[in-house]
Design a protein around this ligand. Structure first.
Ligand code: SF4
Length: 430
């Protein structure tokens, strides 16, 4: 039996890097310090043993070489290939994905387009007053969770960085930090808040604007109630924000994927800007998929754009709403799809998934997912953080080196994609 410390959890954007793994007979038998979600990933046993291919509607096992060749042929034959996913894999594999996509003139998109794409659009418009989670842990005496529910979505966020995490300037965090939760329903996170602000669905933009007005000293123009929130509570919340020493606003899909979309986020950034005239205040998107932040970094430093990048003109082109995966699939535009380390079959609209079923769809993923059911080929790979290593970015933009705990026979995403890329180059040079 051996113990490995300081492992990085491969599940959500918190990238908890204090996991202790117990290994016996080349198997992980325990993952300490991990939440139940992370535990399920570390201890997951339902991995495919070898690539599987669908022939006449029946799955058959196939070899890695055949699977790689099938993928290369499919992508090279396609007029408008789509490569989607990338959030569950390491940055090195994402790099190769970009190179492949540029070579074949396809569209490459990550799960960003269905989660925090609007946050990026807002940040491009008005900037990002962000900071590291370490700064939040050590300094923030006011935490706001807006449209997110970390108790269920990021189970250790509060114990590692906010509510329960003692910091350098907060020796008794639970008593010294105030917590505000803003949501349309009373979530479990709302249950531990000092102030729960219940907003009517679609009313976030109005509430943010009201808070900005109050902080600007224009509270007298605020009506009795804004989107279901009383003026009295708005004034109380504004006062809490103005008088804290360091405030940190975290927000989730309850703000990005509702009415208002990126305008909600740019308004929230303006609110944080307003608050910085009185105190220190920061804003951080609660990135969900593990290395989704890394996909934005890698895409940006390689193409100039963070997601939904279209190479059909030979140069990178970016127009979310047109070049994002859902739009391409909904218009039935792509004629082949490669899904890497994500599960659009579980999250995309029905029409998009139906189109994936109608075209050749290839999945590179360690586990069978709902996308497998509409795919023609699945290639199992090593899991970064378990039997593959690489680089991943935490939700605050901090890159972490992710070690592996086991040696296995599974190739990593980088190995599989490199072989595909080499074969594509060979065809191009012929
Ligand atoms: S909070 Fe996220 S990164 Fe941390 S252990 Fe749980 S699933 Fe893993």
């Amino acid at each position: 039996m051996r113990i490995i410390e300081d492992m990085v959890c491969p599940f959500c954007g918190c990238l908890c890097d204090d996991v202790i793994l117990t290994i016996e007979n080349d198997m992980i038998i325990a993952a300490d310090n991990c939440c139940t979600v992370g535990n399920a990933k570390f201890l997951g046993k339902k991995r495919l043993k070898s690539p599987i291919i669908k022939k006449d509607g029946v799955w058959e096992q196939t070899g890695y070489d055949e699977a790689i060749q099938y993928t290369v042929d499919t992508l090279l034959d396609a007029d408008r290939p789509l490569m989607f996913g990338w959030s569950g894999t390491h940055g090195e594999a994402q790099c190769i994905g970009i190179h492949m996509n540029e070579l074949i003139g396809g569209v490459i998109d990550s799960t960003t387009s269905v989660c925090h794409g609007p946050s990026i659009l807002a940040i491009q418009e008005v900037g990002h007053p962000g900071c590291t989670l370490g700064q939040v842990k050590n300094r923030a005496d006011l935490i706001i969770y807006w449209g997110c529910n970390p108790v269920e979505g990021h189970p250790r966020h509060m114990s590692r960085y906010t509510v329960y995490a003692d910091g350098y300037f907060l020796q008794n965090s639970f008593k010294e930090r105030k917590v505000i939760v803003v949501d349309v329903r009373e979530t479990e996170t709302a249950g531990i808040a000092d102030e729960f602000v219940r907003v009517k669905p679609g009313g976030d933009f109005a509430v943010i604007s009201a808070l900005r007005a109050i902080i600007r000293g224009k509270g007298d123009i605020i009506p009795e109630s804004v989107a279901g929130v009383s003026r009295e509570q708005l004034v109380r919340v504004a006062e809490l924000c103005k008088t804290c020493k360091f405030g940190a606003l975290f927000f989730g899909l309850g703000l990005t994927m509702v009415k208002g979309k990126y305008k909600n986020i740019s308004n929230a950034i303006e609110l944080v800007d307003e608050l910085n005239r009185h105190t220190k205040f920061t804003l951080t998107p609660m990135r969900g998929h593990w290395n989704v932040y890394g996909s934005n970094e890698v895409f940006t430093w390689m193409t100039g754009y963070p997601y939904a990048v279209d190479f059909c003109r030979g140069v990178a082109f970016y127009n979310p709403g047109e070049t994002s995966a859902i739009d391409i699939l909904a218009r039935k535009e792509c004629d082949a799809c490669l899904v890497v380390a994500s599960d659009p079959g579980a999250h995309f609209p029905r029409a998009c998934v139906e189109h994936m079923k109608d075209i050749p769809t290839i999945v590179i993923d360690p586990f069978q997912t709902l996308t497998t059911t509409v795919a023609d080929l699945q290639i199992p790979v090593a899991v970064t953080g378990i039997d593959a290593e690489g680089t991943a970015y935490r939700m605050d933009g901090i890159p972490l080196k992710v070690k592996k705990a086991l040696d296995s026979n599974y190739p990593s995403d980088t190995e599989i994609l490199s072989k595909m890329y080499e074969k594509m180059l060979e065809v191009q040079w012929q």
